[in-house]
Structure formats: C-alpha cells, structure tokens
Design a protein around this ligand. Structure first.
Ligand SMILES: [Fe+2]
Length: 180
C-alpha cells in the first residue's frame, strides 16, 4: 500500500492540515526506521503505519492544525483506527489507537473521564512502541514545519500524566537509543 494515497483520500493536498500531517509523519517515519534497523521488526509496516498514525486529526476540532472536525484532539488516535479499519488495514489501525503519549490505560480513561472508548490503548508490539517513541520527538507546528523536541521537553510533558509515563519513556530511551 501507499500510505500517502490513503491520506489523500481524507485531506486536500493543498491544505495546511495535509502539510502539517505529512511533514510530521515523515519525520516520525524516518526516525522510526532508523531505530528499526537495530531490531528484527517489520520495517515496511513501520514505514506505512508511521506515515498513517495521525490520519485521524482532521476529524478533531484543532484550528491550529487546520483541522475542523467535531472531536477533541485526544480522540485522533481511535478515530484513525476506525478510518484504517474501514480501509482494510486493521494492524496499522492499532498503531493509530495506541500511539498517544506512551499509551493510555482503560483505567486512566475512566478515572480522568476522557472522551475515549473504554479500553487499553497501549503500544504492545515492538513496531507499535517504536512509532509511539519516535512520535514524541516531533512537534506539529501551525506553519507546517516540524520542531525536534528534546528528551527533557518530552519527559517534562509526560510527567504531567504521572511518573509511570516517564518511567515507560525512559525504558524506551534505553531500549531504542541506548541511553539510561
Ligand atoms: Fe504523531
């Protein structure tokens, strides 16, 4: 499959939303593939699903990303899952649902009353973890540019959701980049 052809079904290629999505997703895919070289993982799948992981953003109400849907931004993961399932790619679909932060548990969804279906949204496979990890390093900017985020910035951000999130990220850092 060509992930960009799927994205073009849902985004006008001249839109800022397309530019923001594709520039971010390509950066994530490039980093994910670099990590993938060190492991026995499905590289084709990593490339395709890294490009597609944020496809659900257009359904959210996020003006700064030129997205004018009705859902809160946090919903873009499971919305992306629904899109890719409809397109016939259930395995890629799970990457969409499981890439937010370092994952969201069913317990957290219920406890924090998040507008999400009540199920675990946690990256399980190596491929899912690599993409969720790589995603944390690249911001989306309103002008379509991508900013590289520092490890400190990522950790400070995750800390707002609890120390357990930071712990998971640090484990990934060690596993994927050999840093403690
Ligand atoms: Fe992303």
């Amino acid at each position: 499959m060509d992930p960009l052809e799927i994205i073009k079904k849902y985004y006008k290629i001249e839109s800022m939303a397309f530019k923001i999505l594709v520039n971010h997703s390509k950066a994530v895919a490039e980093k994910a593939l670099k990590i993938a070289e060190k492991f026995e993982v499905d590289k084709q799948f990593i490339y395709e699903s890294a490009v597609l992981h944020d496809i659900g953003i257009f359904m959210t109400n996020t003006a700064k990303f030129d997205c004018h849907g009705i859902f809160p931004y946090i919903c873009h993961g499971y919305l992306g899952r629904e899109i890719l399932e409809k397109e016939g790619f259930p395995r890629h679909a799970l990457v969409c649902e499981r890439h937010t932060g370092v994952g969201i548990t069913k317990e957290e969804i219920i406890k924090n009353n998040l507008p999400l279906p009540h199920r675990d949204m946690i990256p399980l496979s190596m491929e899912e973890k690599i993409i969720a990890f790589a995603d944390k390093f690249f911001s989306k900017e309103s002008d379509g540019s991508v900013r590289l985020r520092t490890v400190d910035e990522i950790i400070n951000d995750l800390a707002r959701y609890g120390e357990e999130k930071v712990k998971i990220f640090k484990e990934w850092l060690k596993l994927f980049e050999g840093n403690a």
